[in-house]
Every structure is written in structure tokens, then in C-alpha cells.
Design a protein around this ligand. Sequence first.
Ligand SMILES: [Zn+2]
Length: 173
Amino acid sequence: MMYYYCERCNRAIKKPYPSKKYCSVGCRENSRQLRVEEQEIQFWNSIKPLVVTADEQQVLDQMDPAPRAGLVIERMAPSGAVGYRVGCRRIGSEAYTVHWFPTARQRPPSLFKLNPVELPLEIPCPAEYVVVYFDASGRPFATPCFKLFLRGRVISVNWSDGDRRLLIGRSSA
Ligand SMILES: [Zn+2]
């Protein structure tokens, strides 16, 4: 008789259910969860903090944190960008899950505007955020995409209220 071994717990599977890969629904689910977490870690680690020149840093150091972040975000914006979103991990959590702001409830259509730049103030906590730009049709730009430390905090905005999905509009359902 042919045996398979569960890819999650290594137990022999005599009767393949629900698949030949896992011995149980539980193992299949745990394994899916692990893959999701790996993707999240990969995503977070793939994005580098923004690097500025020493001259730029001198100017930036003299500014207050919020206008400074606004200036950096405005300067980095690719041509054609109309807005941006910022995403962060839950502070104090081991998980790499990123939640995105603003949400549609905060600011339809889920974008902080550029031209003139809306400061990224309505965020849940001071933390390192990923910044992603969007064009007029609501599509994200692949680059530039960078991490930036933002110091805003609005009591009524909770990390858990943020969107699990970066994409906005119809596709974010
Ligand atoms: Zn198993």
C-alpha cells in the first residue's frame, strides 16, 4: 500500500484526505497560514527604508516630523501619482501582517492626496510605514516604494481598522 506523509505534521496518510499533502483539514489550514506569514515577512523585508543624502537630511532635521514626512513623500512621488497609502505592522506583535491607511471610511477613496500633499497624520501609531503611491485610476505604482518612520497618532484610528489589502476601489471588496 502506498503511503503519503503529511507535509505539516509528518504523520503517515493512509487514506488521502483532504489531499495527499496533509493528513487533516487542520494541517492544511495551518500550512496555508504559514505560507501567508512567509509571504508577509518577505514583503515587509523586501522594502527598504528611504535613503536621503546628508544635505537633505540636514534640511529635514530642522523640520517638525509631520511636515517633514509630507515633504519627503511629496518629493518621492512618481509623475502621475495622485495619492498614497501607508501600511504598518502591529506594534508589539510578532506578526508581519500589514494594515493599510487611510481606509475608505477615513478618507474615500482610501488615499492621502498629493498636490498639495496631505500629511500622513491619521495613522494608528508612531511606527515604520511602507509608502505606496497610486495613480488617478487607483492603481499602485510598483516603485518607488519605501519605508519611512511616521510619528502621527490619532486615537480614533486603530491598527485593526486598517485594510488588509493594499489595493483600493472595486478590487478591494
Ligand atoms: Zn498532519
